[in-house]
Design a protein around this ligand. Structure first.
Ligand code: ADP
Ligand code: ZN
Ligand code: ZN
Length: 696
């Protein structure tokens, strides 16, 4: 196969090991090429090789053999010879001529079918610019699942997709929309019919009928022959919404999630690509699903932090969704019980102010923990005892996992800390180990001090593991306690823990913020936030927003038992704005005040923030690189903070610079140029750079 293709280009090697082919020379793209080329039956493909190397910038020209000429489009995936390697490349443009003489051009070895839709190639180009990354890295986001692995040349076996659980026909049938839903649907259906896109923010508490609105909007899109993407925070935490889409639309739905094998995910991708499925439900990455004729993108729980991607490119799937919808003329619908100030600022608001079942939201009591012993307030203990007496259910949130925050020696003061990071190790008593929550380092829990041999080792603070233990002790055997945090999720799976809690006739679910997400337990009558200050303590302008969302989300998921429902929030700062608004369920009031504050201080959405980090095993090198960056950036009209030292993490010394600017494009360009300059200079040696535009 390669030999036949290779024979077309004079310089194309038939065997990449036989001799070293030259690295193709980059050619500047010309947007007019695509059009010209289509007419002429273009013979040159401009290919972006998929590599993470920042220094390597394509596209590179390749000469198409006869059998590839007609079939190659923007988005086609080609295996190309590149230096001594074979790389997967994506066609980002076509041309009938090259600046290089034909005999110097190499030929692709083969094509992988089906390719990427051209609009996703263009979306990747936009992401690279918007988030200060490279085109090649952005393209990895839109590749079909497992594409890079297919380079090995093995033919993919057809994989049977897991059948979605058939859900009873009753569940698939909608009740007529209520008056609030009808009012919200009006402008949505109208926008869909017009087919000209638009954006809306749907604000409604849990149980107010948002999902039903999403379903109706999707129905309308499908009726018009268009497809839909439904983004959810995490599939494991949101099985109900997936089940309802599958019940309503059957095989038209493709579900993507991380627990699928690459083969299963590829099969879902292929079904969408070939039009067998028209609706994609999935997490953040679903924004890149190859849905043709896209008519609608839904972002459920739009406040959720998981929509921000934490690897290069550090994209925000909500902004990518807005861009993709705008390009496709699709409607963007973001929904939440606690919408972000950014979204309220940017989109017209639709409200579902009441729960469908008519039940009121539970009263929220904020308990002042000043002067109290750490742990549970007596009022909280009494409320939990009442749940036990009634044989009811409660959810208790403590946003810290493990047994104790840190351990120290009572005799010499030694604190056990991570050898790779400047942080204290957390005791996990059940497993008998200390763990670093930043790098994953583990060591045996000490029986005695390694410095002075004293056996008086003290544990400080309490996490979910300790709280679980204390609650078991306090509640007795008749009231089971279930723990949900990253540790139990890794062991038993999120669905496993939540399923056991759901099936139990009574019990307490204790855990980190995972307990406040997605799912909905109608028989929970008490919700407790043990330490509402844990999110407030972060030195971040979003600290209050996070605290508000956490409390309001928990309140929305508990206290469904009407008059018996109750939410308790323990705090050392009970008067904080976030808690005042959360205690009266006033999300819109909170956002209004929050936007005023952001405007006064010039925070997003009234400005843009770009964070830069340097990291190196060598303290001096990381610092010098940060200094060089700071002086290379021209902050015209903006403000530059730092460099500030961050704590050592995974063996790397780190420095941070924060750029605040009113001109986003200018800031990104400044930062890109500064990073390119410094990383190529002596100050950039052995230093890693990372750029985060719109950090969370
Ligand atoms: P949300 O997504 O805001 O949490 P849902 O759409 O899940 O709300 O609605 C909550 C419950 O009310 C679900 O059981 C749903 O089937 C039901 N429901 C939604 N809309 C209606 C309606 N118009 N009439 C009757 N029941 C409804
Ligand atoms: Zn000691
Ligand atoms: Zn560590």
């Amino acid at each position: 196969m390669p030999s036949r293709l290779g024979a077309v280009g004079a310089a194309a090697p038939t065997d990449t090991h036989a001799r070293t082919p030259q690295v193709p020379a980059p050619v500047p793209p010309d947007p007019a090429d695509g059009i010209r080329a289509r007419r002429a039956g273009a013979a040159i493909a401009r290919v972006e090789p998929i590599t993470t190397a920042r220094a390597l910038r394509g596209p590179f020209d390749y000469l198409l053999g006869e059998e590839l000429v007609g079939r190659t489009r923007v988005g086609s995936m080609l295996v190309v010879p590149f230096g001594r390697q074979k790389l997967l490349g994506v066609v980002v443009g076509l041309a009938d001529g090259s600046e290089l003489p034909r005999e110097r051009l190499l030929a692709p070895l083969r094509a992988l079918e089906p390719g990427i839709p051209p609009e996703l190639v263009e979306l990747a180009r936009w992401i690279a610019g918007e988030y200060c990354s490279t085109f090649a890295r952005a393209l990895t986001l839109v590749l079909p699942p497992g594409a890079a692995k297919r380079l090995s040349g093995r033919r993919r076996r057809a994989v049977a997709a897991p059948r979605h659980q058939a859900v009873g026909a009753a569940a698939a049938e909608a009740p007529e929309p209520g008056p609030d839903q009808a009012a919200a649907l009006g402008p949505l259906l109208e926008a869909l019919r017009a087919g000209a896109g638009g954006r809306f923010l749907l604000h409604g508490v849990t149980g107010s009928g948002k999902t039903e609105v999403y379903l109706r909007a999707a129905e309308q899109a499908l009726a018009q022959g268009r497809g839909a993407i439904v983004m959810v925070p995490e599939i494991a935490l949101t099985p109900q919404i997936v089940a309802r889409f599958v019940a309503r639309f059957g095989d038209t739905v493709a579900v993507l999630h991380s627990r699928m094998t690459p083969g299963q995910r590829y099969e879902q991708w292929r079904r969408l690509r070939e039009g067998e499925a028209r609706v994609c439900v999935g997490p953040r990455s679903a924004v890149f699903a190859p849905v043709a004729e896209l008519g609608l993108i839904v972002i459920d729980e739009e406040h959720d932090a998981s929509y921000k991607h934490e690897g290069d490119p550090r994209y925000d799937a909500r902004d990518v969704a807005a861009e993709r919808a705008a390009r496709a003329g699709a409607l963007l619908l973001a929904g939440s019980a606690t919408p972000r100030p950014e979204s309220v600022h940017a989109m017209p608001l639709l409200s579902l102010p009441r729960r469908v079942d008519g039940r009121p939201l539970p009263p929220v009591e904020v308990l002042d923990m000043r002067g109290q012993r750490a742990g549970l307030h007596p009022v909280t203990t009494a409320a939990l005892a009442a749940v036990r007496e009634r044989e009811g259910k409660a959810i208790v949130l403590l946003n810290r996992r493990g047994w104790s925050n840190f351990v120290s020696c009572r005799s010499c003061g030694r604190v056990w800390s991570c050898p790779e990071c400047d942080v204290a190790l957390v005791l996990h008593r059940g497993g008998g180990y200390l763990a670093c929550h930043h790098c994953g380092h583990r060591e045996r829990a000490p029986a005695a001090c390694t410095d002075c041999r004293s056996t008086a080792v003290a544990r400080h603070g309490a996490g979910t593991e300790r709280l679980e233990h204390d609650l078991r002790h306090a509640l007795g055997d008749a009231t089971p306690v279930f723990r949900l945090d990253a540790d139990t999720a890794a062991r038993d799976g999120v669905t496993g823990v939540l399923g056991r809690f759901e099936r139990a006739p009574s019990g307490v679910l204790v855990g980190t913020q995972m307990v406040a997400k997605g799912h909905d337990f109608p028989d929970v009558t008490l919700g407790v936030v043990v330490d509402a200050d844990s999110t407030l303590r972060f030195p971040d302008f979003r600290a209050e927003e996070r605290t508000f969302a956490l409390v309001a989300q928990l309140a929305g998921r508990s206290g469904r038992g009407g008059a018996n429902g109750r939410v308790i929030v323990q705090s050392h700062a009970p008067g904080t704005r976030a808690l005042r608004f959360a205690s009266v369920h006033d999300a819109e009031g909170f956002v209004t005040e929050e936007l005023k504050r952001r405007e006064a201080f010039g925070y997003p959405p009234y400005s843009h923030i770009v964070k830069l980090q340097t990291a190196s095993p060598d303290h001096q090198a990381a610092m010098a690189a940060a200094d060089a960056l700071a002086s290379a950036i021209d902050v015209a009209g903006g403000r530059l903070l730092g460099p500030t030292a961050l704590f050592k993490r995974k063996g790397l010394e780190r420095f941070q610079i924060e750029l605040k600017s009113f001109d986003r494009a200018l800031a990104v360009q400044e930062v890109r140029e500064a990073v390119e300059l410094v990383s190529a200079s002596r100050a950039g040696k052995d230093v890693k750079f990372s750029v985060d535009v719109d950090p969370q």
